[in-house]
Design a protein. Structure first.
Length: 383
């Protein structure tokens, strides 16, 4: 005779199954709740503005026999900022020679690609090392009005800040501010493209949508600047290789692993004036809640400190300048002038009351720190 479990056993089994089911549902609900992460916003600094401490810098056209030309991708005989610019070593051939010519900006063309001269204006460069030649990485700008000056509305190509010597591109009010959004709910690293975040800047009650891109760590990044600014971030974070989200610019269109394409689309220009407050708002959808931060477009008062209070003869004085106005680009530790202008920082002594500038450049200690270090060599002091 076949024996069946007792009623008590069956009842206990049902209770156990119900308990397991409830625990499973609770686990699922917990996982779903954990997936709803409120995003966070950060800015590279609380204030941004920019103050140019350098005297006028000189710019050069391409050395004799060479030229800067562009690849007219849409064949409209007009240079557009997204179109490739080439330093053509042999100006006479009007074409790109792989391995010889230098890609200043944009996508590398095929060998032999025809190039054109801009119909108006010209490309000029800042000769950082003073050798009379254009070297890869030296700043290039489009002198659209032919006045040999880098004006605020003229695009800067390649490396926007001089790697050494004077910084010719940084003008008053042109500083960049980096905005970083972190939200695990829309991080698509190694996965299909997530939805682009809904982020906006609010100035005087008017909202301006911001365009961001996703970095390899899953964060979303953009920059804001005043209308008319002409500098771009020199060292932006690499873009996540996942297919860009709808509305997300492709900053690595040439697939070289460097975010150096279409940067003008993630530098968001706003109508700012000195003293304006700018609110950055992220409209999170999971959970449905707004996240915001506020920064100020304004200059700040700098401070100077020394490593000692007394110095012996012929010694060196190490000075630290804390001034966010000298920080234009939050993606690099910057250098302000090879020998900083004496109108910005200077020293005198009882033996020589004439003002003297520092011996070294103002070197920023880290990206967007706003802290710069320099040296005064007192052995230069002559009675």
């Amino acid at each position: 005779m076949e024996r069946f479990p007792s009623k008590g056993f069956r009842r206990a089994l049902r209770l156990l199954l119900i308990l397991v089911l409830l625990l499973s549902v609770r686990s699922i609900l917990t996982l779903e709740a954990e997936a709803q992460t409120l995003g966070t916003l950060t800015a590279s600094s609380d204030n941004f503005y920019g103050a140019n401490i350098n005297a006028g810098a000189s710019y050069s056209t391409a050395p004799a026999g060479s030229t800067f030309q562009y690849w007219d991708g849409n064949n409209d005989n007009q240079w557009q900022t997204q179109e490739t610019v080439i330093f053509n070593v042999n100006a006479a051939d009007n074409s790109y020679t792989a391995g010889t010519d230098i890609v200043v900006h944009g996508t590398t063309p095929a060998d032999g690609q025809a190039l054109k001269n801009p119909p108006a204006g010209r490309f000029m460069f800042y000769d950082s090392d003073g050798d009379g030649n254009y070297d890869q990485g030296e700043p290039v700008f489009y002198d659209s009005d032919g006045d040999s000056l880098c004006d605020r509305n003229e695009p800067v190509l390649g490396t926007p800040l001089a790697p050494k010597d004077e910084d010719p591109m940084a003008d008053v009010g042109e500083a960049l501010l980096q905005i970083t959004l972190v939200d695990a709910d829309i991080s698509g690293v190694g996965a299909p493209a997530p939805p682009a975040p809904n982020v906006e800047a609010v100035v005087d009650g008017t909202s301006y949508p911001l365009t961001l891109y996703q970095a390899t760590d899953g964060s979303w990044i953009c920059w804001i600047a005043n209308n008319g600014s002409s500098i771009f971030p020199a060292n932006p974070s690499a873009q996540d290789p996942t297919v860009p989200s709808p509305g997300e610019p492709d900053l690595d269109a040439d697939d070289d692993g460097i975010a150096d394409q279409n940067l003008n689309q993630v530098v968001n220009y706003l109508p700012l004036s000195e003293g304006k407050a700018v609110s950055i708002v992220y409209h999170d959808t999971s959970p449905a809640e707004d996240v915001s931060i506020t920064v100020v477009y304004d200059d700040v008062k700098g401070t100077v400190s020394l490593d000692k209070s007394e110095y012996s003869l012929n010694s060196k004085v190490y000075a630290t300048i804390n001034d966010m106005d000298l920080n234009f680009d939050p993606t690099v530790a910057e250098i302000r002038a090879e020998k900083a202008s004496t109108t910005v920082i200077q020293w005198t002594s009882t033996s020589n009351p004439a003002a003297q500038g520092p011996s070294d450049a103002l070197q920023e200690t880290d990206r967007s720190s706003g802290v710069f270090e320099t040296v005064f060599d007192m052995s230069d002091d002559q009675a």
